[in-house]
Design a protein around this ligand. Structure first.
Ligand SMILES: Cc1ncc(COP(=O)(O)O)c(C=O)c1O
Length: 402
């Protein structure tokens, strides 16, 4: 006889497939009951090591006690009270202060949004408004979100095609190619680039190229927008991805780990630049829930914990351990940058078999959107060495069984 929770879970799974809008014919449909630190638990109480981290969201681990406490305290004060930008809301103000205090001095003003894609939209609008130009340059294999503006700059025609017409005047030259720099001109409003390409499967550009990009943008009066929605908050072993390349963007776009597990995005620039939104037209970007006080309180507590507990300081050590263990004849390559790895197999089919076997054995992972033959490793930065060893053992075991 099945236990009561089992019956409930079957029902919920059916309801999920029937009433929750689906985005693929075969969703993971993992029935989650609880998440804590680096572990997930399904409705049957089975434990899983989490190598996905909500896709680079749970950098400080799931349900960090300081984040939970901050959320509860904010709930007791107020939740949504006014559209963005009118009331002085302490969680927003304090979080903007902490963020800008940990960024170069030109990144001193924060526009909070609901999501990463909304922050990308806002940054593109700001670039057009501030430069009076229209051309936008993004790169092949880039992923910046799924709204129509963000979709226009995604670097793969498969994802764009069905939704045309999209934004005009967008170019997609090759990432990490010096020839691409020739496309940037006095017509270009902005170049949007992932500091490290995420969904392309952790593609790291050369320092010379990123610096060349910075130089060309400065020469042509083009704004350089760095998308660090996945690369930020310690993922690369430094607080910000761009610190690895010793450049500063004109606009920095953040999301995912920014909210400490709550929905939050942001684009950050010099106040002089962001002031372009205050006139002609006023309210250059409008959002009701952007910078929600509960989300800002959670994000603020998460970033404080990240900094105070030095949670990203041994990311490189953990990356090295993972790379030393992930050696197998079926693994074609391991690309990485900090605690952020793509394990490449010969095909999606092989990767999917490994992933399914891993999940069956208590290891949560998935593939990358634009490189489906690569297995994702972007766990909470708090993952222990023992958990890493166990995870690698399960990946190798699944590779043996192919
Ligand atoms: C690099 C990058 N940019 C932008 C986005 C869009 O963020 P969101 O899903 O919060 O809209 C994502 C989401 O996966 C991302 O990985």
């Amino acid at each position: 006889m099945r236990s009561l929770p089992e019956i409930i879970s079957v029902t919920e799974r059916e309801l999920f497939l029937k009433h929750v809008a689906q985005t693929s014919p075969s969703p993971l449909a993992f029935e989650i009951a609880k998440a804590e630190g680096c572990l997930l638990y399904d409705v049957k109480g089975k434990e899983y090591i989490d190598l996905v981290g909500g896709i680079s969201v749970a950098n400080i681990g799931h349900r960090h006690p300081k984040v939970i406490a901050a959320i509860k305290a904010q709930l007791d004060a107020y939740m949504h009270v006014m559209v963005y930008g009118e009331f002085v809301e302490s969680p927003q103000v304090q979080y903007a202060k902490l963020l800008t205090g940990n960024l170069p001095s030109t990144l001193n003003s924060v526009y909070f949004t609901n999501s990463g894609a909304e922050a990308i939209e806002g940054s593109m609008k700001l670039a057009k408004r501030a430069t009076n130009r229209t051309q936008i340059i993004a790169f092949k294999d880039a992923y910046h979100g799924s709204t129509q503006g963000a979709l226009s700059i995604i670097g793969h025609e498969y994802w764009r095609n069905a939704f045309r017409p999209l934004l005009p005047d967008v170019l997609h030259p090759d990432y990490n190619s010096f020839e691409s720099l020739n496309e940037i001109s006095e017509r270009t409003a902005c170049v949007i680039v992932e500091t490290i390409q995420a969904e392309a499967g952790i593609v790291v550009p050369s320092k010379e190229w990123i610096r060349g990009l910075r130089k060309k943008c400065t020469e042509t009066g083009t704004l350089l927008i760095l998308d660090e929605i996945q690369a930020g908050f310690g993922r690369t072993g430094k607080l910000w991805g761009f610190e690895n390349f010793e450049i500063t963007p004109d606009i920095l776009v953040l999301g995912k780990a920014l909210g400490g597990g709550m929905p939050l995005g942001a684009f950050i620039a010099d106040k002089k630049l962001l002031d372009a939104f205050t006139g002609d037209p006023v309210l250059g970007h409008i959002t009701t829930f952007g910078g929600h006080p509960v989300c800002c309180a959670a994000g603020l507590a998460a970033m404080k914990a990240l900094l105070e507990e030095k949670l990203f300081h041994n990311a490189i050590q953990k990356e090295k351990l993972l790379k030393s263990l992930l050696i197998h004849k079926k693994i074609k390559a391991v690309r990485s940058f900090g605690l952020w790895l793509a394990v490449e197999f010969d095909s999606f089919e092989t990767n999917k078999k490994v992933i399914d076997e891993c999940i069956k054995n208590g290891l949560m992972t998935d593939w990358f959107l634009l490189t489906s033959n690569c297995l994702r490793i972007s766990p909470p930065l708090t993952i222990s060495e023992d958990q890493i060893k166990k995870a690698c053992k399960l990946i190798l075991q699944a590779s043996d069984n192919l």
